[in-house]
Design a binder for this molecule. Structure first.
Ligand SMILES: C[S@@+](CC[C@H](N)C(=O)[O-])C[C@H]1O[C@@H](n2cnc3c(N)ncnc32)[C@H](O)[C@@H]1O
Length: 242
């Protein structure tokens, strides 16, 4: 685990204090991704299949820090794999989320079709471009998934890229677009297709600051259908479809 966190005003002082704080707590701590816990089981690190899948896909400090978020996805995926319907991720970037999930089951053990939607070569969300989002990125990510025949990467702007190129039944829906407008558009298009018992994970729902707009829009959207999002300490939001 790295101790990468975000939103610090004085990183040196923060890590100095946390180093000391870690000596004052019982074992079972997790520090990263703006989480600091102690006295926990840290189940993610006991699950050998997950640990392997996560570690083998880590490409940078952020990937390392968000292990707990990834484990929420892995456990949700395990639940959803028992249901009818495909897996969908809206917002793929380098594909680390999808690949961690598939590797958690094992390439042969993962029997669902996993659809991944992104513009890849550019980021349509203003001021949100990630490292490497330039011409050629799509081909690079396609290469990363060579041999993963269950994974279908779809390049294009959501929600239009769903038209004629998306599953009728969905059991697992991960939405990670960093944009209230696009996330609501995707919910409009896909929510009805999520099967009863299926799960929706909203990556940014419980993050504040520039992400808060997403929670506000999503709370109002789900309230129309009498749903309430479970806010997770990882910063994610979770919805169980009835
Ligand atoms: C935070 S990244 C996704 C990270 C990924 N889910 C993971 O687990 O590693 C957000 C991605 O959403 C994509 N994106 C945002 N809005 C989009 C839209 N309207 N259509 C397609 N892709 C979009 C961006 O290009 C970016 O790659």
């Amino acid at each position: 685990m790295t101790r990468t966190v975000w939103g610090l005003t004085d990183p040196a002082r923060f890590y100095e204090i946390m180093d000391e704080a870690l000596t004052l707590v019982v074992p079972g701590s997790y520090l990263g991704d703006n989480l600091f816990t102690w006295g926990r089981n840290n189940s993610l690190f006991d699950d050998e299949a997950f640990r392997k899948a996560w570690e083998s896909n880590v490409q940078n400090d952020a990937d390392r820090a968000i292990a707990w978020r990834r484990y929420i996805l892995a456990c949700s995926a395990y639940h959803c794999a028992q249901l009818p319907g495909d897996f969908v991720e809206c917002g793929v970037y380098r594909g680390t989320g999808i690949k961690t999930i598939v590797d958690y089951f094992g390439k042969e053990g993962f029997t669902k079709t996993f659809w991944g939607y992104d513009t890849f070569d550019y980021n349509p969300v203003e001021s949100h471009a990630f490292v490497g989002q330039q011409t050629g990125m799509f081909e690079e990510i396609q290469k990363r998934f060579e041999g993963y025949d269950q994974v279908r990467l779809v390049r294009g702007l959501l929600p239009d890229s769903l038209i004629g190129n998306s599953p009728e039944k969905i059991s697992f829906l991960h939405i990670d677009l960093n944009s209230a407008k696009f996330e609501i558009a995707v919910l409009e298009a896909l929510f009805e297709r999520v099967v009863p018992g299926g799960m929706i994970v909203l990556d940014d729902y419980e993050w504040g600051g520039i992400y808060r707009e997403q929670k506000i829009a999503e709370d109002a959207w789900f309230a129309q259908y009498n749903y309430r999002v479970f806010p997770l300490p990882t910063g994610q939001g979770m919805v169980l479809k009835r």
